[in-house]
Every structure is written in C-alpha cells, then in structure tokens.
Design a protein around this ligand. Structure first.
Ligand SMILES: [Zn+2]
Length: 991
C-alpha cells in the first residue's frame, strides 16, 4: 500500500514536556476526628508535614477549606448551582448548610495568620512565620470543626448516614506552573499533593466505616469479617429510620501511603461483603469490600465482582493496583452517580440501574486520579475522559466474555449527547478548565467525547503501541502530577506516526468531525480513493474496503481538505468503501461509498416513529398522525419527518391528514434549514410553515353543513444571536416572517343559502425577542411589528417572574403596550385587526395558534384564549375591549403558599375605545383563580371579579344563569417550533 497525499508536515516540538517527573511537594497528614451524630459536627485536630521540594522559597501556603463552599450564597459552589438552575442550595435553611471553623494554625510551634476573601471562603492563605526554604519541611497544625451539611454535593449527611469528603484543611498544589487554587465546585474536581495519611476516627460503636486506606484495628477488621459472613437479611425493606447509636464509642485508625486525599463514609445499616483479588503485574493481594443498604442487596451482591474485574482489567491495560484494599459503598451523595476517593468510592442510588458501569468507573479512578494524580480541574479529561475510555473497554470485555457474539453497538446513548451538541453547534473543546463547560457538555465532552477521541487515537497508533505507551505513562508518572504534554511525549515514543493532531487538534476543537469518501476508481488490483475531511482540523481517517471475501483496512495519515489514496492489493470484487466505525464521525449518512449504487453515498432508510441518526443512511421516519378541531373533527393521517438525534441541518415534518368531520383533507407541515455561521449569529433558520384546516361551518338552510377553510404558507428567517459564551442564559432572536393566507368566506344569496368564495391575504412580521432563563427572576421582552395592506400594529411585551424565597413560588408580572394604525379607513374591513383586551381564536388572523374552535361562539371550544395583547381572561364576541388606537395592560398572578396547582390573578387594561365618540380611554379588569397543569402547558382560569362591561356582556349574551360558565377559559402552550423537537426535549431533560 502506498500513499499519495496532500502532505502536511509537522515539526516535532513539544513545549515543556517531560518524560520524567520533575520535583513535587509532599504532604504527610495526621488527623484525629470525632463525629457528633446528634448535631452533625466533626471535631478534629490535624497536623501535617509539608516538604518543599521546589526550587522556590515559600512565604505562604494556600490551604483549601472546601467545607466552606456550603457557607453562603456567594461561594463559587453556590454560584455554579445557580447557573445550572439547581435551586436546592439557594432555598436551603442555614441550619442545613455547612462550614469549617475553629481554625488556629500553628507552624513549627508559632501561631500563624490566615485570611481568605469573602467570595472564596474555601481558600485561605496561610502566612508562614518564616520563609520555607527549598528542600526544607515544616509542621503545620490546627484544630478544626466541620458543620456537616445535608447532601447538596459531596460532603454531607443524610440522616445518620455520613459522607465525609473534602472535609479537612488541605494545602493547594504548588508545582512548576505555580499555585493551583481551586474553589469547591459541584462540576469541577480537585488536585492535591501526595503523601501519607494517618486518620483516627472516633464515633459510636455500631457504625460501619469505609475509608481511604487500611484499618489497623484488629477488632474492627474481625467485626467486618463477621458481617461479611452474615447471611443476607430476609427483610430488605428500605427504611429511613436508623438504628439508635451505641453509647459506647470506638476509635478506628486508618493508614495509607502515596495517596492525595482521604475520605470516609459511615452508616449503621449497611450489609458488608468481602472478597479478594490478585492484582496483575505485582501479584498484590487486594481485599475488595462492598457496603450497601439491605433494600438494594440483589444488585449490590455483585459489586465485589465489579471491583475485582476493575483491578484485573485496568491492571492489565494500565498498570498494577498498588493498594491493599478497594471498596465501594452505597450512599446518597449527589455526584452524578458516584464519586471517587483513594481506595474507596461512593455510589449513589441513581446509579442502581447501571451499577456495574458505575462501580467500574469509580473504582477505575484509582488509576486515573488516584495513582495518576492529574489536575482534574483544568484538564478534567485526563481523569474522567481516559477513565471513561477504560471503563467502556472493561464493559466490552465483560460482555465479550459472557456473550460470545458480542459486537459493540454503533453508538452509545451517552455518545449521542455529544453528537447532538456538535450537530447544533453547542459543543466545546475537551481540554479546558471545568468551569467553562455547560452542565451537559461536562458529561458529553469531558467523558464521552474524550473516550471517542481516544478510541480514534488508539486505533491510529495500534492497540499494542497504545497499550505500551499507557504502561510507560503509568510507570513513569505514578504518584505524580502529569499534564497533557507529558502524556503526549510518552505516547509519541511508542509510535513513528505523528500524534500531534490529537493533542493539538482533537483535544482543542469544537468542530464537527466529518469525513466523506467522494470518489473511488478501480484499475485492476489498484483502487484510487478520494476522501474529504470536512472537520476543519488536521486528522487521520481509517477506511474499510469491503470485498466479497475480505475487508481491507487502510489509514489516510493526518490531512485536511481533500486527499487521494491509492490502494493496491484490494480485492477487485469490492462493493463499498466505508469510514471505519472507530472514527468519531459526527455525520454518518455520508460515510459509505457504494460501488453499484446510482447515488454512491446516498441511501434512504425508512424507519418507524423516531430514532437515532447514527446509521449510514438518510432517515425518513413515519408514524400515524392524529388531530382534532371543531370543524374537521378527528383527523387521521401520516406524519413523515426526519427529526432525529443528532439533528440534521435540513429538517422537515409534514402531516397530511383526513378530517372525519369535514370529510376533507387537512395538512400541517414545516420544512427548515439551519445554518451556524458562528459570528454575529449563532444560528440562522430559514423555515416554511404551511397548514390547511377548516375554521368555520355554515348549516343554515342546508341539508349538510359546508365548511370554510384556510391555507397558510408562512416562510420566515429566524436569526439567533451569539452570546458571549455557551453558559449564558440569554437567547436573543430576530424573526422576519411573511404570511400568505387563502381563506374561504361565506357569502349568502338572497334566499340566505351560504356559498363559499375565497380571499387572499398577505402580512409581514418583524419581531425581536430577548429571553433570559436565569434560575431566579427570569424575564423576557419582545417588540414586534405586524403589517397588512389595511393596517399596521406594534406590540411590546415584557414578562418577569419574581421569585419568593421558596422553591416554585413566585409573582408573575406581564406588561403589554400596543399601538394600532389603520391604513384602510373602512372599519368594517379593518376592525378584524384591532387590538384585543382578551385574545380569542377569532383574533388570530395570522393563524399562528392552535385553536379547537376558531369561530365557535358556544361550547368548550369557544372558551379557548391566548396570552396575547391585553391578556385579559373574559372572551367576548363583540367589540368590547377592542381598540383601533392604543392598548396598555398589566397582568399579575401569584403562587400561593399551598401545595396545589392554583394561583390568583388580576389583569387590568387601558385602551382607546373606538365605540365612544372621541375614542375615550377605557379601563377593563378581571381577577380570579388560575389552575395550572403540566408545567403551565394548560391553564384554566375562573374569574371572580370583573368590570361591569364584562358582567353586562355575559348577562346579556348568555343569560345570568350561564354567565359564570361562559367566563371560564383555558389556554394552552404548545411547542414553539416542531423542527426544534429534539432540542427542546433534551433541554427539558437537562433540567
Ligand atoms: Zn469519574
């Protein structure tokens, strides 16, 4: 095989990379701590020896006081919770929060001052009484007290179950890059110095304790052995009640060397199981413990097996497990399934359904975090991403062992989230500090995209070379702080292929990886293949040439744009050329070149309902479609669409239907194309909406009713502005839309027989909307102009939710101002477009809403209103509350301090009344009770007070006995744009 390529040459230059660790600080820590399980306090005393191995003289040391992350609403932790819309901490009682205090630092016998800033109470600077010279060590001690919060994040308690992590004063890392100050975060992990830990924990005797390192109390270990040998309880009901704490206390001593953290977990209810495994590579006998609640014993019984599997596989692929114990415990800690600490990991209940994967992942962190102590905050992919890669490898190895014909499926669900983010240009580069990521991307990019990219790198280097490289990385950097360039330098030693495309390209791009085979020619034994790389980064691609009897593989070395490849020795019977599955290609429909097809790279796949986009074809989904309105009656038809995940840029959804009431065809559909220019505009959408339904019926003097219909075709452009970053809660859009509407209208002959004739209407609309979905007091405002040949209109609207200091309780305020300008002076024509205090179906001349009875004046279908224009709630069928000039409105509603879906509302509207001679200003009001269902998708309002005009109208029109019933209305909130269906479902899922 030979290669003719658009050759791009690289200079092999790797800045500040060492294949050997340089100096690093050492911290040996001794802690004595007592748990007060009545008041949830820890009382501790800590003494650590800090060895300055750096060439620098240190005058101060930064100390992390991470328990102070739970101190108040201003900590970086609290702000991240707010930014991610998690309101539990914000609305929590002070007594449920946590902190660390009672500190009194003594350095080598001298008192030392420390200070921290108000906004980062979790980072303190300890001023040393005298400089710490290179090569010297000092002893620093302090008492401390920790108020244990309820579970908001990692450190916490759930009743009398204790999750004690990130709890004691701990020096920040000082290395060749300086000090690493890491405020405590939920999304964003840690970085700490290596050393030994000696921790003595005192607590009531009947607690089971699982902690970092080895318990040195013989009696305790014998008790654990006896628990592990106890048969499982038959009563497995999970109970919130805890056994009473024993009056006798015990003190347990734990020791571990060469670790960078210490955590412990205590519970009185756990079942304990124990097993042993020999670590490959060093033949170390490792004891595996699992501790779990009786209610989940069935799933958890296998946990020790999962720990053993991890030791075996990671031991083989990366390097031997060096500690004597490995433990997994069950708890309520909220850390996305589980959280890793040296030799002990905690798994929360949310991970029960995927316990194997979670235990393997968390235990696997003993390598990528524990023994290879990377900077998790700034290069989170180096622990989470690499660990996910090995977790998936382990998972596949287990499946391969148990299912002989196992084949990895094309795309995992988690990978879909990454591919979806790329598709809608919400992806972020892997190698950046944790605080930059959106909540979704912290998972999709740091974990799953990294794992996908590593699979690509492994395949490019070859499994053997990659494994050799990882072995050397482990052996060289074990118990040290490697950076990305250190990993690159070592892996590069194991291949003569340049892997800079991975470290400088793949890790730093938010672009879509997309390769395409554009052309293939055959001359005898030689096949010429043209490949295109649309990724925007230089990268290699693997091709599979499928022949009748064999599949040939070849790599196109890193390139961008186009490349030509001559493959010799390919079976002349080849039928297709394919981008190999281990390439994380985000656009799979163009990945196969088919030799004998009319369109070589196009293939249509018909699929029912909805599905993944990750197959090598263009998808067309079909499903039954149903609808209803008063005139067409129940409608049945077929829905054809290409909405999928990850999403296409060209999207359509069309539903031709048949109305069983009107006995005629109805139709709704949208077709759109999405651009992502990425400058001023994040996205530009060109879309055409079309629909055709019946909207009125006439049966006067007829044997059977005739129906008037409308057909609307509305093309629009929607520009979404770019915000300064993806974390911004702001979305600003500019919409330009035109409407072409054909309406049937009834004409009545002299003997009052109705017939239909058609009229054509065109309108234009320009709207700017600013929407801020921040967690507290979110607001939006918009300004819109509408124009038709007979009128012009300006609508300005603002909404704000003013949160009370309680979850889901708020005051909702809406302001509206409208101005109407008549172009045609004939009121009979122009009144259709007037401003409305209560917006009903008949006012929707743009046919933008979904209404069940557009021209109904009786029955439930006539009681549908919309929160548009004046926003009042009393539907009227005449000109009450309509204006040909201006309208102002204020709509207020408030949640109540009860747990029922009820609010109180009041609306007031001021407008110029066209029926009064001088266009006098008039005021209308109403107020009452609103019922809200399924996140405000359906609102039902019952007015209790209203203006006299409304009372008189209702009494005169429907009679006093019916008036109340006619004042009850409902409104519905439907999806804003069905071409954004996937996006909206995922956005809701994220919350
Ligand atoms: Zn992890």
């Amino acid at each position: 095989m030979k290669h003719f390529l658009l050759f791009i040459s690289f200079t092999f230059y790797i800045a500040s990379a060492y294949t050997q660790p340089q100096w690093q600080q050492k911290v040996n820590t001794i802690i004595g701590v007592t748990l007060d399980d009545k008041s949830n306090f820890l009382y501790g005393y800590e003494e650590f020896t800090y060895t300055n191995s750096s060439p620098d003289t240190l005058r101060y040391i930064f100390i992390h006081l991470w328990a102070n992350g739970y101190l108040n609403d201003h900590t970086p932790f609290a702000k991240q919770k707010d930014a991610f819309g998690d309101t539990k901490f914000y609305y929590s009682k002070t007594s449920d929060r946590g902190y660390i205090d009672s500190l009194q630092f003594v350095v080598d016998g001298k008192n030392a001052d420390y200070n921290s800033s108000a906004n980062t109470p979790d980072i303190a600077r300890l001023d040393l009484p005298y400089p710490l010279l290179p090569g010297k060590e000092i002893k620093i001690s302090t008492p401390f007290r920790v108020k244990i919060p309820i579970v908001f994040s990692r450190l916490g308690h759930s009743g009398q179950a204790y999750f004690i992590s990130q709890w004691f004063p701990k020096p920040a890392v000082y290395d060749t890059k300086g000090w690493h100050l890491l405020p405590y975060l939920d999304y964003g992990e840690f970085f700490s110095e290596y050393g030994s830990y000696d921790v003595t924990i005192t607590l009531p005797k009947n607690y089971i304790v699982m902690a970092t390192g080895n318990c040195t109390n013989k009696e305790e270990n014998e008790w654990l052995d006896s628990l592990a040998a106890t048969p499982l309880p038959s009563d497995t009901l999970y109970s919130r009640s805890y056994p009473a704490s024993s009056n006798t206390m015990k003190s347990l001593h734990f020791h571990e060397d060469r670790v960078h953290d210490f955590a412990w977990f205590a519970d009185k209810r756990w079942i304990v199981r124990k097993d042993t495994v020999t670590s490959p590579g060093n033949q170390q006998l490792v004891t595996a413990y699992a501790a779990f609640l009786p209610a989940h014993q069935e799933k958890w019984l296998k946990a020790t097996n999962y720990l053993k599997t991890t030791v075996a596989h990671y031991g083989k692929w990366v390097g031997p497990y060096e500690y004597k114990t490995i433990k997994a415990v069950e708890g309520d800690m909220l850390a996305g399934g589980g959280m890793e600490y040296p030799t002990v990991t905690i798994i929360d209940r949310s991970a029960l359904s995927m316990l194997q994967t979670t235990v393997v992942h968390e235990a696997g962190h003993n390598w990528f975090y524990g023994m290879l102590g990377t900077n998790e905050r700034d290069h989170a992919w180096m622990d989470e991403g690499i660990n996910t890669f090995y977790e998936q490898k382990t998972d596949q190895a287990i499946k391969k062992d148990s299912i002989p014909s196992f084949q990895k499926k094309a795309t995992d669900l988690n990978d879909l989230l990454y591919y979806e983010a790329v598709a809608i240009h919400n992806d972020q580069a892997i190698d950046q500090t944790a605080i930059n990521f959106t909540k979704l991307n912290y998972g999709a990019d740091v974990y799953y995209k990294t794992a996908l990219m590593l699979r690509w790198l492994e395949s490019y280097m070859g499994e053997k070379a990659f494994e050799d490289g990882m072995h050397e990385y482990y052996a060289t950097w074990r118990y040290h702080h490697p950076y990305p360039e250190d990993l690159q330098a070592i892996l590069q030693k194991h291949t003569n292929k340049n892997i800079d495309w991975f470290f400088s390209g793949a890790l730093h791009t938010d672009k879509k990886v997309d390769f395409k085979v554009t052309d293939v020619h055959t001359h005898g034994q030689q096949v010429d293949i043209s490949v295109k790389n649309n990724s925007g980064i230089v990268a290699p691609v693997k091709l599979e040439i499928h022949g009748k009897d064999k599949t040939t593989y070849c790599w196109v070395p890193p390139f961008n744009g186009r490349a030509e490849m001559d493959s010799v020795g390919v079976d002349d019977t080849w039928s297709s050329v394919k981008i190999a599955d281990e390439i994380p290609d985000a656009k799979t429909d163009n990945n196969v070149y088919r030799r004998n097809a009319l369109f070589h790279t196009f293939k249509l796949a018909l699929r029912p309902i909805f599905g993944s986009n990750r197959i090598n074809a263009d998808k067309l989904f079909y499903s039954p479609a149903f609808g209803y309105n008063h005139y067409d009656g129940f409608m049945v038809g077929i829905l054809l669409h290409d909405l999928t995940i990850p999403e296409n840029r060209f999207r359509f959804a069309i539903a031709p239907m048949y109305g069983t009431g009107s006995n005629s065809f109805a139709f709704a559909g949208s077709v759109g194309y999405f651009w992502y220019p990425g400058n001023l505009f994040k996205e530009i959408l060109l879309q055409i909406d079309a629909k055709s339904f019946k909207y009125a019926q006439a049966d006067l003097n007829l044997n059977k009713p005739i129906y008037a219909g409308y057909t609307k075709v509305a093309p629009f452009l929607e520009f979404t502005f770019n915000e300064h970053n993806l974390l911004s809660p702001v979305r600003r859009t500019l919409t330009l839309k035109t409407y072409n509407i054909t309406e049937d209208v009834f004409a009545y002959s002299s003997d009052s027989i109705p017939s239909l004739h058609q009229q054509q209407k065109s309108y234009g609309l320009v709207r700017y909307k600013h929407d801020n979905t921040r967690a507290y007091n979110p607001f939006d405002y918009s300004i819109e102009t509408q124009m038709g040949e007979d009128f012009a209109k300006i609508n300005a609207e603002a909404n704000i939710r003013i949160d009370y200091f309680k979850k889901d309780k708020a005051l909702y305020a809406r302001f509206y101002a409208g101005k109407f300008i008549a172009i045609n002076n004939d009121p009979a024509i122009v009144q259709r477009y007037y401003l409305n205090s209560t917006f009903i179906a008949a006012n929707d001349y743009l046919y933008d809403g979904t209404y069940y009875g557009r021209t109904q004046t009786s029955g439930v279908d006539a009681q549908q209103i919309s929160m548009q224009e004046g926003g009042l709630k009393i539907p009227t069928q005449n000109n009450i509350g309509r204006s040909d000039n201006y309208m102002l409105a204020l709509n207020l509603k408030s949640d109540l301090p009860i747990n029922l879906p009820i609010r109180l509302f009041v609306d007031v509207c001021n407008y110029a009344d066209p029926s009064s001679p001088n266009g006098n200003s008039k005021i209308l009001y109403d107020g009452g009770i609103e019922f809200h269902l399924s996140k405000d998708a359906l609102l039902v309002t019952i007015p209790l007070i209203m203006s006299d005009n409304f009372i008189n109208y209702l009494d005169n029109t429907f009679g006093a006995s019916n008036a109340f019933g006619r004042s009850i209305t409902f409104s519905m909130k439907l999806s804003s744009n069905w071409l954004r269906f996937t996006e909206e479902v995922l956005k809701d899922a994220e919350k």
